[in-house]
Design a protein around this ligand. Structure first.
Ligand SMILES: [Zn+2]
Ligand SMILES: [Zn+2]
Length: 385
């Protein structure tokens, strides 16, 4: 974890900084066990890591995750519609919530559900995997089953090496191994607002969406025509553009860039496959403050800041970029057939037996999106948690 995330904050006394430093010496997730028991499942989901010995209350299946994701998208649209129907101030406050939920749900369908379909681990039935992937491709304008499967198989074989399609994507938009962190941040900001990036990436997605299986070539245009017809009939053009088109195009592509960039570390040697070097767990959060012996106002300040950062930094990151089992992408590379729907617990249980497998030792990086941008552009460092 990047130590800058807390210790460089201002406004703390020396005693409070010492308290924070003490808390950081341990696994951030283990420091959260001081919070009430009913919050622990939520904290496990946000951070991506259970505490030692935690029992899973709900075991997810692929279809319950699909249902949950549909609800997430519906909630995003409803929140957005409510915001637009009332005051400008409400719209300013709630539209970001709407966009985060809707975009996160759409990304979940592509990054997690369609991804597992290409591995044939969404369903045991081959045609179900293919059908679900093609439906996602039609509805959300994403890569079709065959293209995703082929490119992703290459990604697994040569992760972050020169032939990896993700490496091509990053190189195409100006990212490369060894870039100074400041240059990475500047390049991210420039790319996120670049019309060229969004137009080129969207046209690529659209090309895939209207190709593939024969029935899909028919289904894709029909879906678009049907959607436009409904929008016209209900006279909801402005709602459609703001609450659906924006998330499914520009915001989807913002999340995509941030996810691909932080999913792996750049290797020191682009010609050598080294999963231990390029893979790491992306965990979302920071240690709770150690407030022992501090006066009430200091405790309140530290806990207030901790909750503020959880709600306004870590939670949006988890919903918008780090969707589904993305914190455990390293585990997926090492064990592609593992229980992806319950990956937090599956990885945690596997690492409780041994933190090392045939590829080497697992590494964890804790923090925010910024911490993971820095981690992905830095050499491997051991953070055993
Ligand atoms: Zn995969
Ligand atoms: Zn990967």
């Amino acid at each position: 974890m990047q130590r800058t995330s807390i210790l460089h904050s201002t406004g703390y006394t020396e005693q409070e900084n010492l308290a924070l430093a003490r808390g950081q010496r341990t696994n951030p997730r283990e420091t959260m066990v001081v919070l009430p028991r009913f919050l622990q499942p939520f904290l496990t989901w946000v951070t991506g890591m259970p505490f030692a010995g935690q029992r899973q209350i709900i075991r997810w299946t692929p279809w319950t995750l699909v249902l949950c994701t549909v609800c997430e998208i519906a909630l995003g649209v409803v929140v957005g519609a409510a915001a637009l129907s009332h005051s400008v101030m409400l719209a300013i406050c709630l539209l970001p919530v709407s966009w985060i939920l809707t975009t996160g749900g759409i990304r979940m369908f592509f990054v997690v559900i369609e991804h597992t379909c290409t591995h044939h681990i969404f369903s045991r039935t081959r045609w179900v995997n293919e059908a679900v992937a093609e439906i996602i491709s039609v509805v959300f304008w994403t890569q079709h089953y065959a293209a995703f499967k082929s490119e992703h198989a290459t990604h697994h074989r040569v992760t972050r090496m020169a032939a990896d399609p993700d490496t091509h994507f990053l190189n195409e938009w100006g990212f490369a191994a060894g870039m100074p962190k400041e240059a990475v941040i500047r390049k991210i900001l420039a790319t996120l607002v670049s019309p060229k990036y969004h137009i080129v990436t969207f046209l690529e997605r659209l090309k895939y969406s209207i190709s593939g299986a024969r029935i899909k070539k028919l289904a894709s245009p029909l879906f678009v025509i049907g959607m436009v017809f409904v929008v016209y009939q209900l006279d909801i053009l402005m709602y459609w553009l703001i609450l659906w088109i924006l998330p499914v195009t520009i915001l989807f592509q913002c999340s995509m860039l941030l996810n691909i960039l932080t999913e792996h570390r750049w290797p020191q040697d682009a010609a050598k496959r080294d999963l231990q070097e390029v893979c790491y767990g992306r965990f979302c959060g920071e240690p709770t403050p150690d407030t022992d012996g501090l006066p009430f106002h200091s405790r309140a300040l530290l806990w207030g800041k901790w909750w503020f950062r959880l709600v306004f930094i870590f939670l949006p990151y988890r919903l918008f970029v780090l969707v589904g089992d993305e914190p455990h992408h390293d585990f997926h590379h090492r064990q592609p057939n593992s229980d992806w729907a319950n990956a937090s617990y599956a990885r945690h249980e596997a690492l409780a037996r041994s933190r090392t497998d045939k590829y080497g030792e697992y590494t964890d990086e804790w923090g925010s999106l910024l911490d993971h941008i820095y981690a992905s552009s830095s050499p491997r460092n051991i953070h055993a948690t």
